[in-house]
Design a protein around this ligand. Sequence first.
Ligand SMILES: [Zn+2]
Length: 98
Amino acid sequence: MEMAPGIPRNCQCGALSIVLTANTSQNPRRKFYCCGAISGPNHLFKWVYEAHLEEFDVLASKQEAMMNDLTEIKQDIVDLKNNMREIKEVIELIKTKL
Ligand SMILES: [Zn+2]
């Protein structure tokens, strides 16, 4: 199963992820995410620094999408204000003819 980029919240088995620290001569004090229930070939393992680097890209993409949404929302507000102004003008016009 393909692992999503970024910080893993869960293992594919559904268990929450936990952070442990490797203590091997090859990886002394190196932190990693792993399955909180079972360690094994079909369960989560990801180095923390790799997950965090990926998370920066994930967050940058989300931020860009949110900025685009914000731009659209701002334009929607401008459009709504213009619509309201036009409606008020029509109402005032109708009032003068009553
Ligand atoms: Zn698991």
